[in-house]
Design a protein around this ligand. Structure first.
Ligand SMILES: *[C@@H]1O[C@H](CO)[C@@H](O)[C@H](O)[C@H]1NC(C)=O
Ligand SMILES: *[C@@H]1O[C@H](CO)[C@@H](O)[C@H](O)[C@H]1NC(C)=O
Length: 236
């Protein structure tokens, strides 16, 4: 099933793009700056003077918290100032039926991922010469993606999958690979480098945007699950 990486049609892409949000925006840059330069933790506590400043609600993070197709919600220095300086990110990974996280890496963090719901297969490739490491994560099962390793994952089932991810930076960063080759580097140089036509304006126009972090997966899987991927079908 994972052999054919036929992504859902461009129609689905259009639906997906509607609620695309791209990357985390720093919500309160001046608070983050003040937290970074505060002399002591008590000074930081004073800057985070309201108890609400210590509470993060993953389920309230729109549009990323969804299961159609899903999304990645990061609790990090950008989205939650109390995380500034603590050296880690907690992320919730939501994958609707058949949905996937596309190939990506985190430039500044190792990534521990534990499954809470569903059945998700992960793929990880560390560097040239490394072997592909594949794991299937069901509830309670975890794996590690070392810093800067390339990885992806797909929900195998017709149920929602949810995983919790810990990264050892409050600014881990995420780089999706496809977008670099299709919409980043000059197409003619990418094609010269790889010896074939991988990049073109057509590929660039069809490349799934970063969006919420999750994509629809294999169309056969969606068909088997009886899902019309219209962006509204299911939530916890
Ligand atoms: C998870 O999904 C894979 C692929 O469909 C399947 O082979 C495996 O049996 C499933 N695992 C569980 C525990 O259901
Ligand atoms: C979206 O998909 C769900 C599940 O397949 C279906 O029940 C619902 O009617 C669809 N909604 C629209 C607006 O097509």
């Amino acid at each position: 099933m994972h052999g054919q990486l036929a992504l859902a049609s461009s129609l689905l892409l259009a639906v997906f793009t509607q609620h695309a949000l791209a990357v985390d925006k720093t919500r309160d840059p001046s608070l983050d700056a003040n937290l970074a330069t505060a002399a002591t933790q008590l000074d930081r506590l004073a800057l985070l003077g309201n108890d609400n400043a210590w509470l993060f609600d993953f389920t309230a993070q729109e549009p990323n918290y969804n299961f159609a197709p899903g999304g990645v919600v990061n609790m990090n220095a950008a989205t939650f100032p109390a995380a500034k300086g603590n050296g880690m990110t907690m992320a919730m990974l939501n994958l609707g039926p058949c949905s996937m996280l596309p190939p990506h890496y985190h430039p500044r963090a190792s990534n521990y991922v534990v499954a809470i719901h569903g059945n998700t297969t992960t793929y990880m490739y560390e560097e040239n010469g490394a072997r592909l490491v594949t794991e299937t994560l069901t509830p309670g099962m975890a794996t590690i993606f070392p810093q800067a390793s390339m990885h992806m994952m797909v929900n195998n089932g017709c149920e929602n999958a949810q995983l919790v991810s810990a990264l050892n930076s409050d600014d881990a960063g995420t780089q999706n690979i496809g977008n670099v080759f299709s919409n980043g580097f000059p197409a003619e140089l990418v094609n010269a480098a790889f010896g074939q036509n991988l990049a073109s304006s057509d590929v660039a126009s069809k490349m799934t945007p970063v969006g919420t972090g999750s994509n629809w997966g294999l169309s056969e899987c969606l068909k088997q699950c009886g899902i019309q991927p219209n962006g509204t079908y299911i939530r916890f």
